[in-house]
Design a protein around this ligand. Structure first.
Ligand SMILES: Cc1ncc(COP(=O)(O)O)c(C=O)c1O
Length: 361
């Protein structure tokens, strides 16, 4: 996260995974719609109602959070004790691991296969009676792979045997841009802990509008833990989030059109490269190619230093031979950034070739 905040910015930025930021002016808000202070209590009723309606979940299963990040923390904190074991997919989103370490949890891993599908056999092998939570991202960060309900049903069945919860971070699932988004929560509302926010798909990170869907007893525990951290929420943010929910249809249409165009550019780019081996996901902003020759870490460094272009090194996802590309920015920016990426790959191939011919001579 520190790298993302301090060192990922570059003139050509392919490191961010979210859609382009939506300016406040586009929400058409008038000052009279805002207020500084609101009712105190467990969640702002109007906002909770929006989540109830959109995801068809009972209100007692919803916890408002400061982004998906706080949701992930609360979900793990409410279902574990220090020393407990959790089972996290690999490759993985690093802050989930740091959160677990902060909570004193033991982390075990299960693999996603070559196409980044969940390896159910490996998951079954790794589950022990000590496993408290299985942790998945859907869409998968970093590969963008979509995990179907049928696979999630099998994950739930494995979890049920050992009495574990399944935490699914669905922040990128919003990039399917459905008007009635599906959620793994409905597969088994006693088992799934779902985290989400308006951050990634709608360009609304600054609202910090996140939430968790969980069994009511776990939800109550999360509210209590949240009392220790933020206690109450930023009310103008809650009001803006309600307004944003009312406009999600239009915002989705706009973001989807932009993403469709950018994904076409990315696909053309990847098809033309024989130095990258890349799984092509059905949805979302991100892909996670493997560099066929040379060190991905050194490539990321060269790309940044010589071509002012940033991608995310694979080491942040427990997978150092890859790097992550994100294409949620305006199309012209993506076009130029991919052009720079291509130049960087060509230059790196020359460097790699030169050093291997030096070695062999
Ligand atoms: C899988 C995943 N979850 C959560 C987040 C953060 O979400 P938020 O900004 O809503 O806290 C990110 C950001 O990169 C992410 O990749």
């Amino acid at each position: 996260m520190e790298w993302a905040k301090l060192r990922s910015t570059a003139r050509y930025n392919l490191a961010t995974s979210g859609m382009v930021a939506l300016p406040l002016t586009e929400l058409g808000v008038e000052i009279g719609q805002l207020e500084i202070n609101g009712p105190s209590g467990y969640g702002y009723e109007a906002l909770l109602r929006k989540i109830v309606d959109r995801y068809s979940v009972p209100q007692e299963s919803i916890v408002s959070t400061i982004g998906t990040s706080m949701g992930n923390y609360l979900a793990l904190a409410a279902t574990t004790e220090p020393g407990d074991e959790i089972l996290v997919e690999r490759p993985n989103y690093e802050p989930l691991l740091s959160t677990a370490r902060y909570l004193g949890l033991t982390i075990e891993n299960f693999q996603r296969r070559n196409n980044f599908a969940i390896d159910l056999a490996d998951l079954e092998r790794q589950i022990t009676p000590r496993t408290r939570v299985i942790v998945i991202t859907n869409l998968h960060n970093p590969s963008g792979a979509f995990c179907s309900d049928s696979t999630l049903r099998e994950v739930a069945a494995l979890a049920r045997k050992g009495g574990a919860y399944v935490l699914v971070d669905e922040v990128y699932r919003e990039m399917l841009f459905e008007s009635r988004p599906q959620s793994a929560f409905h597969i088994d509302p006693e088992r799934f802990l779902i985290t989400n926010s308006l951050t990634k798909a709608y360009g609304l990170s600054g609202l910090r509008c996140g939430w968790v869907l969980a069994p009511p007893d776990v939800a109550r525990r999360m509210w209590r833990i949240n009392d220790l951290h933020g206690a109450t929420f930023v009310h103008p943010g809650e009001l803006l989030s309600v307004i944003a929910f009312e406009q999600l249809g239009q915002i989705s249409a706009r973001m989807k059109a932009l993403l469709d165009t950018n994904r076409k550019l990315l696909r053309e780019f990847l098809t033309a490269r024989d130095d990258l081996d890349c799984y092509w996901p059905e949805y979302g902003t991100i892909v996670f190619p493997r560099l066929r020759r040379g060190s991905a870490e050194q490539f990321c460094e060269l790309l940044r230093m010589r071509f002012e272009t940033s991608v995310v090194p694979g080491r942040f996802f427990d997978c150092p031979d890859r790097f992550r590309i994100g294409v949620g920015a305006p199309t012209e920016t993506i076009r130029e950034s991919l052009h720079q990426l291509g130049k960087g790959l060509d230059a790196f191939a020359d460097v790699t070739m030169a050093s291997s011919s030096r070695r062999s001579s």
